[in-house]
Design a binder for this molecule. Structure first.
Ligand SMILES: Cc1ncc(COP(=O)(O)O)c(C=O)c1O
Length: 960
């Protein structure tokens, strides 16, 4: 029976039909009774056109001219499979045959190239994921879901033609590769494909007889799904040309392979697709073993047949363009042995079935006094940015040997932080696949069946089914004696030895670990109980115990346990560039702060009602940064408290209650600071829920506010009108508050003269002008130490916090003596730890560092450079609406349309997520959460901001 149907092995050379447009149009009109226009579409083995009724821009559908080798039942089967999927899963869009005036548009044509079947199938709206742009984890997940849903819909689909033999049927992959390899002229390609395929076939062989089969689409790839313009997640599956009955697991293997050539794709980025498939269509143990080998084999078949197709048919540019992508798929898929990736997959599905293998033979040597080194993120070896480079590890190990240890070792499979801040977009390889060991004495290794020198300095030691490789030996010497005081690296393998790197990424570690196991027992070493390596669910515990509204950045945040300068480091030893952290103003873990705090903690820390030097000095130093009249200081613990106190001061000193505040601002969470906060990003109900004593004026945003560009001069008179209106109505305001540089909107400068005019109006009415400098003050703006200096205006009260304490809870309110004095009417003021000895020492040291390290000037220079890089990006990418800010308070605003300024909120979040994948911490701000808040530690370097700008450029160019 099957001989009636297509058999690939009888048609290894399969050029597509190549009818010209005129002939197609003529035949179309003749058979279907419709005059049409055509645009040609790519296809590897058919000829496809998009067809438009004459004079219409709405397509009639896609005309498919099937390769003449396919029989009528096979073509009918494709349409029936599509219809079955559509019927069983109505939420999934699939193309069906279009009905014309004379019935379904499906017919045989007698053409100049013989008898060819022509049919028109629906042209579904949307875009494919064609090309190599980045696919987000959500899109990858959706791909797995679509694959599973089609598999479920076709679970019991049967058809006479389903036994045809297609080259894409992964059951035949081995044979297809054997057929095509000899035709491949490039030796390097031949050797690479052969090795990759052999590894895959070896892993597949034991389970292939047990794999469940069913009908499937078997081509649910990036090219064959569609998403609607407004939604990046695909919801349609097209091209049922490869329907056949095959291994069920082949469906997801095919889908996964199509993800691997996309920008930023790694083995681990495919896991969301596999998880999604498995959730809907669970994979059994045999399928889990077969999955990755099939991904590799699909890559091998794609690469070989693509190259062969191009050799046959130079004009087929569809196949030509795909060559590079196809080879990349194979390269990525085969970049680790299939067994390793299978174990990674099992681990990610919670299906880790094998315990770690350990050395089961007797130890080769044992030691009495053993010290384990910790080189992880939280290890003291990494303090003060030492990053325990190899040299530092050697020093620590030798020091332990000097102290009497017989052996010192660094355990396998524990993350190590040994690289200086690597500015690479990929997650670094931080997990050692073996034990590093230093010995006090030359140590003969006992109980060896067999020792082989693999290469100079490396030996393999076998015992039963296990092998140890020991490297770092002197290249000449007795390879049965391990040298003293030398760093040796020991890796264990089972019977099937594979080439394994010394370090792997955290994402791949579970897979390698299953395959390699732990060699520690070979030296009688017992790894200490694991430090925090992410195995336990700290995030779950956090969510269980903290209030839900006390949120964290990112859905799946990295666990950050260390910082250094402008870097943050997670427990896997991944280094991130922190572009968002104005709290860490002078840089993370600054040694001067650590030292000063340490000394103060050993001396005294108490409440501020005691008399000690630091509070006095600190108050003097802060006042000295301000205009002379701002000479009186209050200390509190946060920005909210500072703003709250500033409002109370205004109210107490005027005997009034009403406050005027700028809209779209965030000033804090305490009662009064929250009352004047109207940012809907922080509180969606903010605008409609202000207490009666709060009056607002328009957000003076010259970019997207009510007055734009040159019209921004209108904001000040409007605000003045509100202030005067209150006075006219007999309720003059106690004061006016706003950020003196619009931080919440992403670092937008207020219109020139705004604060001067508004402050003057407030004062005319006897009110008080408050500057919230919590975000923008203290040198960050580069050009100016305080935000109000940019406006050439002086407030009556300054509220500041955040960066002044470099992470220590510290806030200050600075005002004129007479305003402060009038607060006495309310009793005395006291915020226990505000200005404590420790806080004051923090504050003083921050001021010292800003001065000694020239950080305001750094903010000016590095900020200007970054701003120019961002402006260059804005000129290339229409999604960037504006670059805001000054110094190291910059905003990059994303819009869907530069005219309407429709905020690109979803894109901004997605770009932040992708930046994190590339090692950059960035978060959105503004009422529409469409602005990057760029406010790194003030010590950020030129090189680091270039890394940031390059990362943004890459993401904008390759997708998010
Ligand atoms: C402008 C402004 N004012 C006040 C605050 C409140 O500061 P804190 O969080 O220290 O209470 C913030 C916090 O983000 C702020 O951005």
């Amino acid at each position: 029976m099957s001989h009636e149907f297509f058999d690939y092995f009888e048609h290894v050379e399969l050029p597509s039909p190549t009818l010209d447009d005129a002939e197609v149009r003529r035949l179309f009109a003749g058979t279907f009774g419709i005059e049409v226009d055509l645009t040609s579409l790519g296809s590897q083995q058919d000829q496809n056109f998009r067809v438009f009724p004459r004079d219409s821009s709405v397509p009639l559908g896609v005309l498919k001219l099937s390769n003449p080798v396919f029989s009528e039942p096979e073509i009918e089967m494709q349409d029936a499979a599509a219809a079955t999927v559509g019927d069983r899963d109505p939420g999934l869009r699939v193309p069906r045959v279009v009905l014309g005036p004379r019935g379904p548009l499906s017919s045989w044509w007698n053409t100049s190239q013989g008898r060819i079947h022509a049919r028109v199938i629906e042209n579904l709206s949307g875009r494919t994921l064609m090309g190599s742009r980045y696919l987000s984890p959500a899109v990858v997940h959706r791909m797995g879901e679509l694959s599973a849903r089609v598999s479920l819909a076709l679970a019991d689909f049967e058809h006479v033609a389903s036994g045809r033999v297609l080259q894409w049927d992964l059951r035949h992959a081995g044979r297809v590769i054997d057929t095509l390899l000899p035709l491949e002229p490039d030796t390097a390609v031949r050797e690479f494909v052969r090795a990759a395929a052999d590894d895959a076939l070896r892993t597949l062989r034991p389970v292939e007889q047990s794999l469940p089969t069913q009908a499937g689409h078997f081509d649910i790839t990036d090219d064959n799904v569609l998403h609607r313009m407004e939604d990046p997640l695909p919801d349609a599956v097209i091209d049922f040309g490869d329907v056949v009955s095959s291994w069920r697991v082949g469906e997801i293997a095919t889908t996964v392979s199509s993800l691997l050539h996309h920008d930023g794709a790694t083995l681990a980025t495919t896991l969301p697709a596999i998880r999604a498939f498995h959730e809907l269509r669970p994979l059994d143990a045999n399928e889990l073993t077969a999955l990755w080998p099939l991904v590799v084999l699909r890559g091998a078949v794609l690469a070989l047949s693509g190259r062969q197709q191009v050799r046959l048919d130079d004009a087929n540019s569809y196949a030509g363009d795909a060559l590079e992508r196809e080879m990349l798929i194979l390269e990525v898929a085969a970049s680790v042995p299939s067994r390793v990736m299978n174990a990674v997959i099992r681990d990610s599905l919670g299906r880790r079935d094998a315990p770690d293998e350990v050395w089961t033979g007797a130890p080769l040597a044992t030691f009495d006094r053993v010290t384990a080194l910790d080189a992880g993120t939280t290890s003291p070896l990494n303090d003060e940015g030492r990053w325990s480079a190899q040299g530092a590890l050697d020093d620590a190990a030798l020091a332990s040997l000097d102290d009497g240890a017989d052996a010192v070792f660094l355990p396998a499979w524990r993350p190590v932080l040994t690289e200086a801040p690597a500015r690479t977009p990929e997650a670094p390889a931080t997990i050692p696949t073996g034990v590093t060991v230093w010995l006090a004495q030359p140590t003969p290794i006992s109980r060896i069946d067999d020792t082989t020198t693999i290469r100079p300095g490396t030996i393999a030691v076998s015992d039963g089914g296990e092998t140890l490789t020991i490297s770092g030996l002197p290249s000449s010497g007795d390879d049965r004696v391990l040298p003293a005081r030398t760093r040796l690296f020991v890796q264990r393998q089972g019977a099937d030895v594979v080439a394994a790197p010394e370090r792997v990424t955290a994402e791949m570690a579970a897979g390698w670990r299953t395959v390699l196991g732990d060699p520690a027992a070979a030296f009688g070493l017992t790894p200490p109980a694991a430090a925090d390596t992410g195995g336990e669910d700290v995030l779950g515990r956090r969510e269980a115990v903290l209030a839900e509204v006390q949120e964290h950045y990112y859905t799946n945040p990295p666990q950050i346990e260390r910082g250094w300068r402008e870097y943050l480091i997670d427990i896997d030893g991944r280094v991130y560039l922190d572009m968002v952290n104005n709290i860490a103003s002078v840089g993370h873990a600054h040694p001067r702060i650590a030292e000063a705090a340490h000394r103060q903690l050993r001396l005294l820390n108490t409440n501020s009602r005691f008399h000690y030097r630091a509070i006095t000095e600190y108050a003097e130093r802060i006042a000295a940064t301000l205009p002379d009249e701002l000479d009186t200081v209050f200390f509190v613990n946060s920005g909210s408290e500072a703003v709250d106190l500033a409002i109370r001061l205004a109210q107490a000193s005027t005997g009034r209650q009403d406050m005027v505040a700028m809209r779209e601002a965030y000033h804090g969470w305490t009662f009064a600071s929250d009352a004047v906060s109207t940012s809907v990003a922080d509180n969606p109900a903010a605008v409609g829920s202000r207490p009666e004593w709060v009056h607002t004026v328009a957000a003076a945003n010259p970019y997207r506010g009510t007055h734009r560009g040159a019209d921004a001069v209108n904001y000040a008179p409007e605000a003045v009108q509100v202030i005067e209106g209150l006075a006219d109505s007999g309720m003059p305001a106690a004061g006016f508050i706003c950020e003196s540089y619009f931080g919440n909107a992403g670092g937008v400068a207020l219109p020139d003269g705004y604060l001067r005019d508004v402050y003057a109006a407030v004062r005319r009415q006897g009110g008080i002008a408050i500057a919230d400098e919590v975000q923008v003050g203290f040198g960050r703006l580069g050009e100016w130490f305080w935000g109000f200096q940019q406006q050439d205006a002086v407030p009556d009260i300054v509220a500041v916090a955040k960066s002044i304490g470099a992470g220590q809870p510290l806030g200050a309110v600075i005002t004129r003596r007479e305003i402060a004095d009038r607060y006495r009417t309310q009793g005395y003021f006291f915020s226990s730890t505000g200005g404590s000895p420790l806080s004051s020492v923090f504050g003083l040291t921050v001021l010292d560092i800003i001065r000694d390290e020239n950080l305001q000037e750094n903010a000016r220079q590095v900020g200007a450079h970054l701003r120019s890089r961002l402006e260059a990006l804005a000129s290339e990418h229409p999604i960037i609406g504006a670059v805001h800010g000054s110094g190291l308070y910059l905003g990059l605003e994303f819009v869907l349309d530069r005219e309407t300024l429709e905020p690109a909120t979803r894109d901004t979040a997605a770009i932040c997520d992708r930046l994190r994948e590339r090692g950059v911490i960035m978060q959105p701000t503004g009422d529409h959460l469409n602005v990057f808040k760029i406010k790194p530690p003030l010590c950020v370097t030129h090189e680091s901001v270039d890394y940031f700008a390059d990362a943004v450029a890459h993401v904008l160019a390759t997708g998010w």
